[in-house]
Structure formats: structure tokens, C-alpha cells
Design a protein around this ligand. Structure first.
Ligand SMILES: C[S@@+](CC[C@H](N)C(=O)[O-])C[C@H]1O[C@@H](n2cnc3c(N)ncnc32)[C@H](O)[C@@H]1O
Length: 288
């Protein structure tokens, strides 16, 4: 953890819950890579950031998901990071430079575009396994067509599709916008169908409460992933520093390995880097 004065939009400011998410992800990806053994695996990040961020209120500079994936003890064979613009790409390139022994490719562009996604696919060696982190800044940026393309990309030597870890933006206005006519198109783009409308009608008629609604929205998305042929589709509600977590975790995989790791990383109370009792090596309160 270091301190830095905030001068521009890079690094971006984040709130405490994002720091919590990154801490959980760091632990998850460490456990995931440890379980890879000798298998070749590519790391793909669709909505990568600029490498670091600043926590609002504390000015802590925090590594984002890409740097955490690069920092694991057992490395991925390749890292493919898709950032939105050249500014983020430049900063990420600078921050990933110390990891010069790793095979890192940074693509600048819209990750929902066919061309950009194809650029990423072309970099994945045939028959290597892949893990994709999908962490959009809100539900409007996530499209079912992108998920479908990832699932259809190809299979590794074990016949497994790209594993997807989705930070599902449940509270990033999806729930709130569900009954707004002007949001219909973006919600249909997210789910790839109009089945969510049934839930919206129930909500308008007062037949479903907020908690049941959250569960149903996640269930609907999971149903879509199962329809793409994933053998294991799990979800997990993060133990969050705020009352209602802003996101939900969804994992789609052809291997059942990740489920336990999800619970271990996201299911426990933890300290953050700005807190006195934080310990990066052993953040798990339950393990103390
Ligand atoms: C929620 S942040 C996640 C960043 C990173 N995964 C992390 O945890 O720190 C979402 C990121 O996606 C980027 N982004 C937004 N729309 C995008 C798009 N269409 N294609 C690629 N990146 C995008 C934003 O610039 C932002 O950095």
C-alpha cells in the first residue's frame, strides 16, 4: 500500500466495496492458479482497468485485478487484457512492465466488439485452457452476445470451454431499472432474450419482493449459461462490507474446481489494506 496525490482520472478512484472485491479476487486467483498444476492456462480479462486505483477517503493505491492475476505465485501462461482506451493501456503497460517474464498482451478497444474479441481469441494458443474475468462497470456494458462468443470460442485438450468468472452487476442499476420502459433494450441485451419481462411485470404488480427478485435475476442469467452447455454454473453472494453487495458472483465452468474457491475467497469477513489488522498473507479472520 502506498500514498499518491490524485491528479487525473488515472488511477481511478474506487470505493471501499471495490477494494473488498479486489482483495477477494486476489485470493481467488491465487487459489485458482495453485490448482492448475502443470496445465497450460491463459488469463483473459474483458473489462481490465489501468492497473491500479485509489481508494476514496484513504488515498491507498491498490492493485487492480490484472496486477493481482499477474502477482500469483504460479503464473498463467499468457495474459490477455482488454482495456477501453489508450490511456488505460499506457498506464497498464507501465505497471505490468516489471512482470517482464510473463507473456502479456494488452488490447485497447471495446470488448463487446466482434473485432476486438477476435483479436483476443487469436492470441489464445490452441488447446490451452482459458480463464476469463468479466467485470463490467454496470449491466449496460455487458452483453449476452459477448458471453455466447466466449462459450463458443473453442475447447481445450480436456474438452472444456473458457471458464467465466462474472462479476454480475446486480445492484449496478439492474434491479432499479427493471421496471423502466427506457431500459428494456439494455436489459434484453444483457440476457439475450425477453424472459426478464415476466419478472418486471411481477415487480410492477407488487407480487415479488426485492430479495426474491435478486435471486430470480441471477437464476435467469445462470439458466442462460447452462443453456450454453456449461456443466457447472454457480453463484455466490459476497460477504460485503456494505449491507447489500453491489454485485453477485457467477461462475460458469466445465470443471467443478472453482466452487469451493469462490466460497473461500468471497464468503468470509476480511480486513482491507487501510485497516489496522490487515495482513495480505493471512487476511482470513476465520484462520486466525
Ligand atoms: C468495474 S471496472 C473493472 C476494472 C478491473 N477489472 C478491476 O477490477 O479493477 C470496469 C472497467 O471496464 C472498462 N470498460 C468499460 N467499458 C468497456 C468496454 N466496452 N470494453 C473494454 N473495457 C471497458 C472501464 O474503463 C473500467 O476500467
Amino acid at each position: 500500500m502506498s500514498k499518491l496525490s490524485i491528479s487525473a482520472t488515472i488511477p481511478k478512484q474506487i470505493r471501499k466495496w471495490v477494494c473488498h472485491k479486489l482483495e477477494c479476487f486476489g485470493e481467488y486467483i491465487e487459489a485458482y492458479t495453485r490448482a492448475l498444476d502443470d496445465n497450460r492456462c491463459c488469463y483473459l480479462e474483458l473489462y481490465a482497468g489501468c492497473g491500479n486505483c485509489i481508494c476514496k477517503g484513504t488515498d491507498c493505491v491498490i492493485e487492480d485485478s490484472a496486477l493481482r492475476a499477474l502477482g500469483t505465485e504460479r503464473k498463467f501462461d499468457k495474459y490477455i487484457l482488454i482495456v477501453r482506451d489508450d490511456g488505460d493501456a499506457k498506464n497498464l503497460k507501465k505497471l505490468t512492465a516489471p512482470y517482464h517474464t510473463a507473456d502479456i498482451e494488452i488490447i485497447s478497444g471495446n470488448c463487446t466488439s466482434e473485432k476486438v474479441l477476435q483479436q483476443a481469441f487469436d492470441l489464445i494458443p490452441r488447446s490451452a485452457s482459458s480463464f476469463a474475468l468479466i467485470d463490467p462497470p454496470g449491466y449496460r456494458r455487458l452483453r449476452w452476445s459477448t458471453i455466447k462468443k466466449l462459450a463458443a470460442h473453442g475447447r481445450d485438450w480436456r474438452g472444456h470451454k473458457i471458464e467465466l468468472l462474472i462479476i454480475f452487476p446486480l445492484e449496478m442499476a439492474l434491479l432499479r431499472n427493471l421496471t423502466r420502459p427506457e431500459c428494456q433494450a439494455s436489459i434484453t441485451r444483457l440476457y439475450g432474450n425477453r424472459r426478464w419481462e415476466e419478472l418486471s411485470h411481477k415487480r410492477l404488480e407488487g407480487k415479488i419482493g426485492a430479495e426474491a427478485m435478486r435471486r430470480q435475476l441471477v437464476k435467469l442469467f445462470k439458466g442462460g449459461l447452462k443453456g450454453l452447455g456449461y456443466k457447472h454454473v454457480e453463484d455466490f453472494k459476497p460477504a460485503s462490507p456494505s449491507k447489500q453487495p453491489f454485485y453477485h458472483i457467477i461462475l460458469a465452468s466445465d470443471s467443478k474446481l472453482g466452487t469451493k474457491m469462490l466460497k473461500a475467497a468471497w464468503g468470509k469477513e476480511r480486513y482491507l489494506p487501510c485497516e489496522l489488522l490487515y495482513n495480505r498473507e493471512g487476511q482470513n479472520i476465520g484462520e486466525r
